[in-house]
Design a protein around this ligand. Structure first.
Ligand code: PEP
Ligand code: MN
Length: 359
């Protein structure tokens, strides 16, 4: 349920509604817009003791709320996800990440800014990570990606360096001033990974690992939630709802391609998801054309398409020698390819009125 306040309402009117909701055992989430304030209402149990959720709060409560001073009307949220929905929170959510190498010291995801997160699929060695970090930073990437805990389809594949990989990421962060994004796979690793990461990545295979979503939801660290490879948009937003409902509001969605009948590409990059998410949700969205296509020749074109479609950031795999990569070599850009991509993404960002943050 959403309480829409009159544009002329006062601070006291808003406070009054919030106190009223609290007395009913509900919580109000005010969202202050340019035109007006709306208050999203959350709570599992209605005033009559019936189980209601926000979709089904009893009708007399709605009527009472509509009678309070400053209230314009009360609307039901039609979507199963609430906190993640645009209806509940009309203003864009922005997620701030501390990035020492940029002049302002922060990057704001979900704003006019677009950010490049680049690096190897997997942290393999100090030399591989440092070489890649130096190269992508030089070209304007401000965030460094790299998996220390890697999900592997085959149990015989490389599963990452674990904490040693996190330590290398921390070293690269202090050397180049880049923010670090890295995957966390289990609830028990969350506190460890939080010590090293500026952004936690939830991988496609874990989008519906609800214990993990709950656990990252209990932190304040920004979370990139990848779309499950077979997840609908609704399932994806419901996964985001898990994190949000635990109190972590710093959620960033990531389109990384979905399974279709097509076999020429590893996944089918769903570009339509980018504007769709913007329409359905207030959360920032980034795109990962590396997993999204599985082919390095397609990473450039899909990066440009993602920016044109409204992405807030790109997550791209780069390797100094992709043929020798322990993981995802076929989709990793060479350093030279990354170098030629950077001016192109900046040109498209400019064409659509966005600022590509490089320093
Ligand atoms: C990755 O980013 O390397 C990765 C494993 O991503 P995904 O979970 O989208 O496959
Ligand atoms: Mn990868």
């Amino acid at each position: 349920m959403i309480v829409v306040m009159k544009s002329s309402c006062s601070e006291q009117n808003i406070e009054h509604v919030l106190t009223f909701l609290e007395k009913q055992g509900l919580t109000g989430h005010p969202s202050v817009g340019v035109e007006r304030t709306v208050i999203g209402v959350l709570g599992a149990v209605g005033p009559t003791g019936t189980r209601s959720g926000i979709g089904g709060i009893n009708p007399s409560l709605g009527e009472t709320l509509e009678g309070l001073p400053g209230v314009e009307c009360v609307l039901r949220v039609s979507k199963p996800y609430k906190l993640a929905s645009r209806e509940f929170h009309p203003e864009d959510t922005t997620v701030e990440v501390c990035v020492p190498c940029v002049s302002t010291g922060v990057v704001t995801l979900g704003s006019q800014e677009i950010v490049m997160m680049a690096g190897p699929c997997t942290v393999e060695s100090e030399k591989q990570l440092m070489t890649t970090a130096a190269a992508v930073r030089k070209q304007g990437a401000v965030m460094l990606r790299g998996g220390a805990f890697k999900p592997s389809t085959s149990p015989y594949g490389f599963r990452g360096l674990g904490e040693a990989g996190l330590k290398l990421l921390a070293k690269a962060r202090s050397e180049f001033g880049m923010a670090v994004i890295t995957e966390v796979m289990t609830p028990t690793d969350v506190s460890l990974v939080c010590e090293y990461a500026d952004i936690l990545q939830i991988g496609t295979r874990n989008m519906q690992n609800y214990m993990l979503l709950d656990e990252v939801g209990r932190t304040k660290t920004p979370v990139v939630l990848k779309r499950g490879m077979s997840a609908t948009i609704e399932e994806w937003l419901l996964a985001a709802e898990y994190i949000l409902s635990q109190g972590n509001r710093n959620v960033i969605l990531c389109e990384r391609g979905i399974r279709t009948f097509e076999k020429v590409t590893r996944n089918t990059m769903d570009i339509s998801a980018i504007p769709l998410i913007e329409y359905l949700s207030h959360l920032p969205i980034i795109s990962d054309p590396s997993q999204g296509t599985g082919r390095r020749d397609l990473v450039g074109p899909l990066s440009l398409a993602s920016i044109a479609a409204g992405t807030d950031g790109l997550l791209i795999e780069v390797h100094p020698n992709p043929d020798e990569a322990l993981k995802d070599g076929a989709q990793s850009l060479t350093i030279e390819q990354f170098q030629s991509l950077m001016p192109q993404v900046q040109a498209v960002a400019k064409a659509v009125g966005r600022t590509f943050i490089t320093a």
